[in-house]
Design a protein around this ligand. Structure first.
Ligand code: PEP
Length: 250
């Protein structure tokens, strides 16, 4: 039985004041959420605030990105060990915004995944196709290639305790959502791809759906057999909406 996970990706949003309010709101409502695991990924500078407020709650926190390097002369970068220093459990790796806006290719994403794993962080590996790739019928080729880069570098065992997020690029921040069947089909494909390497790891692997998940569509998406939670962007910025999705996952 896989424990559902709902993770909020706050992206580059908020101020110290608004983050305090959001954390306060999540803390106030988290008691009603039930057995789902919940995590938030604030911008780096707000991670100490998340740690201070969430330390005595069941809510975990994490980074939105990390360096593939362990340390050294890499101006502006953040190492896995630094995230661990601030109590992070998770780190998002290979988000489509990193891939498209910052040129992160499969090889770099795989190195970041391996760096996170080596340090003891749980990576949330994002994979997903663009609209053009879906229309061309290449969704499985793209998602398979993104997964294989990690499987080849880190090995299937590195996916134990890690998380995969299927995030169709065309659904991120657009208000368009994959239908539950579209999402389930790709989630099942991801699980079978991993099962080709290690059936036990595949069986325990949590695969989140991300892409305009909201309280209004979460129940149906989360009811699919291979959807084990959500990676939530826009709706994670409102405590009430985020908590409603967490409840749906429970
Ligand atoms: C995301 O960016 O990870 C995401 C899923 O965003 P949204 O929920 O806003 O589509």
């Amino acid at each position: 039985m896989r424990q559902p996970l709902v993770a909020g990706n706050w992206k580059m949003n908020g101020s110290l004041n608004s983050v305090r309010e959001l954390l306060k709101g999540i803390k106030a409502g988290i008691g009603d959420v039930g057995p789902a695991e919940v995590a938030v990924c604030p911008p780096f500078v707000f991670i100490p605030e998340a740690q201070a407020q969430l330390a005595d709650t069941p809510v975990a926190w994490g980074g939105q990105n990390l360096s593939a390097e362990a340390g050294g002369a890499f101006t502006g970068e953040i190492a896995a060990s630094m995230l661990l220093d601030f109590g992070c459990r998770y780190v998002i790796v290979g988000h489509s915004e990193r891939r498209t806006l910052y040129g992160e290719d499969d090889a770099l994403v795989a190195r970041k995944f391996a760096a996170a794993r080596a340090a003891g962080l749980r990576p949330i590996l994002c994979v997903g196709e663009t609209l053009e790739e879906r229309q061309r019928g290449t969704t499985e080729d793209v998602v398979g290639r993104q997964l294989d880069a990690v499987l080849e570098l880190a090995g299937a065992a590195a996916l134990a305790d890690a998380v995969v997020a299927y995030e169709p690029v065309w659904a991120i921040g657009t208000g368009m959502t994959a239908t539950p069947q579209q999402a389930q089909d790709v989630h099942a494909f991801i699980r079978s791809r991993v099962a080709g390497h290690d059936p036990a790891v595949a069986d325990g692997l949590r695969i989140l759906y991300g892409g305009s998940m909201k309280p209004g569509n979460a129940v149906e998406l989360l009811a699919q057999a291979d959807i084990d939670g959500g990676l939530i962007g826009g709706a994670s910025l409102k405590a009430e909406d985020f908590l409603a999705i967490c409840k749906a996952a429970a």
